[in-house]
Ligand binder design. Structure first.
Ligand SMILES: Cc1ncc(C[n+]2csc(CCOP(=O)(O)OP(=O)(O)O)c2C)c(N)n1
Ligand SMILES: [Mg+2]
Length: 589
């Protein structure tokens, strides 16, 4: 949803007098609109902790610190916050080891294009007792690495070490400018302890409005006109959208364009991109889509993997248009999807221009052809949705609980709670749940955009902090739940007053790694003996009890008729301020 560009009234630079750099760091974060500092401390970060304490004691504005007893959920939360609000937050961790514990969330922030300011302490450099912050404990020799930044350099857009105290303001301005410029992403900077503790007479915090992020806007109008011509002429057009719904303009723009030209939309829900109950919604990527192989013109919107060429080859004749912040995917080493018309643009800005160009081109006969297509597609779309729902209803009393029936109940629950916001780390349950749970409004579904497991719980917490008025529901595989350091994460939710409802999709295994094994070795030893190595998560942990250990509500759900009542009980707790974990025991795949 990163749509708002900060170009507020120019307040001019601020000058801080007689200040310690740690405090200037806090001031600079505030100047950039940061509300939350997701923090795990060390012997390097305490000057910042002291600066926050001082500002609190003096009644001065300061960032909210969210203590994260493991670093991974800290970054997942900052990512979730950005995804929901478009406002980058800050993470502060301890030297090399804290950086390493950010783990796979760094990959997710990169792939999910999440603007986040990652900051880490650095071991002190000096051994001179008169220097404030100098080395004074044995770990200071162990913490220093030849290249601390190298841990994350592969994933961040920019990294920098704060070399001089008086740089703090401009370095943070640059960090945010780069993180938020299109395409957005994480940045990393380090704070050596002596620099952090240095007192200076004067430091400048630049006015952020003089360092706004560069945004791509609507793209080349000539290319958009060509795209409009192709789409108007198309006989069997198709839209593939994955993250165009990251802005409201992208959500609205796709509805308007699709309705104008009767374009069927096939979705991958990195975000909710198109109303799932719309008569032009034609299913989901990677198997449940209508018309991909036959399409003559395909419009790809913000998609990293628009189709799997080895599974669903396109027609040789298909013309492909792609609108994306980075249509050539510069950071994916081999990305060889043919694209006839790549348009580098912000989809939300481009779609209205594309629609306007198309409207100008439409003839009477085009309009008739399009009207026929609209009726045909509506029949297909409605029939498909009805079939999915009817099929799910047949599992209403099946035990163990069928995934489809869980989806059916979640859809009922969604209808009862229009303020719901889903965080999706459902892995192999994703597509079956897409078919049941209809996202009908902007900003109602979020995935990480990457493949690093453990994101869901932290992201749900960040989403809740960004949108306290929403009911945040995480749909999380049992394996993914364990990757998310659940005790630490649920403790954060409790401490930060960010209650979330987590549904554990407990199939007692890593199904995602079972499926390729079974497909590649259908008659192999694993299948024949039923003994899969490294896949079963049995005996399944008591996720409900684990929740209770950190003051969350926990319930195990084994009866199909108890899903909806349990969801309601959990939601009531969440609305009262307590997180809840529903451990739904599913049929083993
Ligand atoms: C950090 C990390 N480690 C390992 C993997 C590999 N991996 C992908 S899916 C998966 C299993 C996920 O299990 P679960 O959340 O239970 O979902 P299911 O496969 O059962 O649907 C694993 C281990 C990964 N993607 N990320
Ligand atoms: Mg599982």
């Amino acid at each position: 949803m990163a749509e708002e560009v900060r170009v507020g009234p120019s307040a001019g630079p601020r000058e801080l007098r007689e200040v310690e750099i740690a405090e200037a760091y806090v001031e600079a974060l505030l100047a950039h609109g940061v509300s939350y500092l997701f923090l795990n401390p060390g012997t390097d970060t305490f000057p910042i902790q002291e600066a926050v304490a001082k500002r609190r004691a003096l009644g001065q504005p300061t960032v909210e610190t969210v203590l994260c007893p493991f670093e991974l959920p800290a970054l997942a939360a900052a990512h979730g916050y950005y995804a929901v609000s478009g406002r980058p937050q800050a993470v502060l961790v301890h030297v090399d080891v804290g950086t390493q514990n950010l783990g796979a969330m760094v990959h997710n922030a990169q792939r999910g294009r999440a603007a986040v300011l990652l900051s880490a302490g650095r071991a002190p450099y000096t051994t001179d007792p008169v220097v404030r912050g100098t080395r004074d404990t044995y770990i200071h020799w162990l913490q220093e690495q030849l290249d601390q930044h190298g841990i994350v350099r592969n994933y961040v857009k920019w990294d920098y070490e704060l070399r001089r105290p008086d740089q703090i303001g401009e370095v943070i301005a640059r960090a945010f400018q780069i993180a938020e410029s299109d395409p957005p992403g994480p940045v990393y900077f380090t704070l050596p302890r002596e620099v952090l503790m240095e007192r200076v007479d004067r430091v400048l915090i630049p006015d952020p409005s003089r360092f706004p992020p560069a945004r791509l806007g609507a793209g080349d109008p000539d290319l958009l006109r060509r795209a409009a011509e192709m789409l108007v002429r198309a006989e069997r057009p198709l839209v593939l959208a994955a993250a165009s719904g990251r802005t409201r303009a992208g959500w609205d723009g796709l509805i308007a364009l699709a309705e104008l030209l009767a374009l069927p939309v096939v979705e991958w829900r990195t975000r909710a991109n198109f109303p799932a109950d719309h008569p032009l919604h034609l299913g989901y990527n990677y198997g449940l889509e209508h018309g991909l192989s036959e399409a003559d013109v395909i419009l790809v919107l913000d998609h990293d993997v628009p189709y799997i060429p080895t599974r669903t080859p396109l027609s040789e004749q298909a013309t492909i248009i792609q609108i994306d912040l980075d249509p050539v995917k510069e950071r994916i080493p081999l990305w060889s999807f043919p694209v006839d018309l790549p348009i580098r643009a912000d989809t939300g800005a481009a779609l209205p221009l594309l629609a306007a160009a198309a409207r100008d081109l439409l003839t009477e006969s085009d309009r008739r052809r399009i009207a026929e297509r609209r009726d045909r597609l509506a029949a297909l779309s409605n029939a498909q949705r009805l079939a999915w729902r009817q099929q799910a209803a047949t599992y209403a009393s099946t035990r163990p609980i069928a995934l489809q029936w869980l989806g059916y109940c979640l859809e009922e629950f969604r209808r009862e709670n229009p303020d719901i916001l889903f965080i999706d780390e459902a892995i192999t349950s994703q597509v079956p749940l897409f078919c049941q749970v209809r996202t009908t409004s902007f900003g109602s579904w979020f995935q990480s955009g990457g493949s690093g497991l453990g994101w869901g719980i932290g992201a749900a917490i960040g989403a809740k902090l960004a949108a306290p008025e929403r009911l945040v529901v995480g749909l999380i595989g049992d394996g993914s739940f364990l990757f998310g350091v659940p005790e630490a994460s649920l403790w954060i939710a409790q401490r930060a007053q960010a209650p979330v409802l987590l549904v554990v999709l407990n199939n007692a295994c890593y199904n995602a790694t079972k499926l390729p094994l079974t497909a590649a070795y259908p008659e192999g030893y694993s299948v024949r003996t039923g003994q899969f190595v490294g896949i079963d998560l049995t005996p399944t942990p008591r996720f409900d009890l684990l929740a209770q250990a950190v003051d969350a509500y926990g319930e195990r759900v084994e009866e199909p008729d108890q899903i909806l009542p349990a969801l309601r009980r959990a939601a009531a707790r969440v609305r009262e301020g307590q997180s809840a974990v529903l451990d739904v025991i599913l049929a083993r795949p």
